[in-house]
Design a protein around this ligand. Structure first.
Ligand SMILES: NC(=O)c1ccc[n+]([C@@H]2O[C@H](COP(=O)([O-])OP(=O)(O)OC[C@H]3O[C@@H](n4cnc5c(N)ncnc54)[C@H](OP(=O)(O)O)[C@@H]3O)[C@@H](O)[C@H]2O)c1
Length: 284
């Protein structure tokens, strides 16, 4: 299979490169050689390589910064996927586009299904939702994979931030009233590969970790791993705080657990994030 990958330097982009089957032909692009917000550049790259599928791992992921840079966020998260969908349609290629749990407002009482109403509460979520809609309009055959709370051995993420802060401070306050599902980027990469191998039907799919947690729970697990592995001599003292005590420019959904039943029909395994966390802490 011929794959054009965007966002090759991101967490997911790098995990995909580690996992692609050896007989797949991959054209890896990064933000410096293919800006997905540039429609003409996207079309040129797609026409030149003639991929069977495009995987969009590129995104504007700075959730707080997006509040003051809505145009940049929209250019990458809304226009970017639109440009990729247009180019894919030109040559009859498939598109796998990655989206987010932040398309929801977090008021649900049970895990979100793919068909539930969306109502993002921040610029990042709104621009990602717009990207989904443009992809669906142009290319109903596209696979849109919504995921959440992504971490890996690459780039910057909550695990790396906690490990850094744990080295610098004796005590940390962590938000304990937002509930979601941590997800290892390597498992998302594997899920995408399986969906392409299985020629999954177009549509939205949810994919995240197999156990829910608050940021506080997640931090606790990180420090358990870090001390058990000797990465930290002593875990910092953790204090659970409410979202109001940790104001951020972007509002986040209080609850963003995703119901992942649909994707499991293709034999995709949910992310065993606790197992992955142990390896990520060891490698970080
Ligand atoms: N991280 C999370 O917690 C999370 C949660 C839910 C969903 N997601 C979704 O999961 C997907 C993968 O996220 P990730 O964590 O792997 O993100 P990431 O590590 O931030 O990587 C995103 C990549 O996109 C690239 N990029 C930014 N603007 C671009 C542009 N105009 N053209 C081409 N590339 C561009 C970035 O390049 P530069 O480094 O050069 O800017 C970066 O390498 C995204 O769709 C994201 O929205 C992530």
């Amino acid at each position: 299979m011929k794959i054009l990958l965007t966002g090759g330097n991101g967490q997911l982009g790098r995990c995909l490169q580690d996992r692609f089957p050896a007989d797949w032909q991959i054209s890896v692009t990064t933000s410096s050689d293919l800006d997905i917000g540039d429609a003409a550049a996207v079309e040129r790259a797609v026409l030149a390589f003639q991929p069977d599928a495009i995987i969009n791992a590129a995104a504007y992921t700075a959730v707080d910064k997006a509040e003051s840079e809505p145009e940049n966020s929209a250019r990458v998260n809304s226009a970017g996927p639109e440009n990729l969908a247009r180019a894919a349609r030109l040559i009859g290629a498939r598109l796998v586009h990655v989206s987010t749990d932040y398309v929801f407002d977090g008021t649900a009482q049970r895990p979100y299904q793919e068909t539930d109403n969306t109502s993002p509460v921040c610029v990042y979520g709104r621009t990602k939702l717009e990207g989904e809609k443009r992809v669906q309009e142009l290319l109903p055959d596209a696979v849109i994979l919504r995921t959440a709370w992504v971490f890996s051995e690459y780039g910057s993420n909550f695990v790396k931030t906690m490990l850094r802060l744990g080295e610098q401070r004796d005590a940390l306050s962590i938000v304990s009233d937002q509930l979601g599902c941590p997800t290892y980027a390597g498992d998302i990469a594997q899920a995408i590969i399986v969906l392409l191998q299985q020629s999954a039907a177009g549509g939205i799919y949810h994919y995240c970790g197999d156990q829910q947690a608050t940021w506080y729970d997640f931090a606790e697990q990180i420090f358990i791993q870090a001390t058990q592995q000797g990465r930290l001599a002593k875990a910092p003292q953790l204090t659970a705080i409410n979202t109001e005590a940790f104001p951020t420019p972007a509002q986040r959904p209080a609850y963003s657990v995703l119901d992942c039943s649909k994707v499991q029909h293709y034999g995709v395994k949910l992310s065993d994030w606790q197992k992955a966390l142990s390896a990520v802490v060891a490698e970080s």
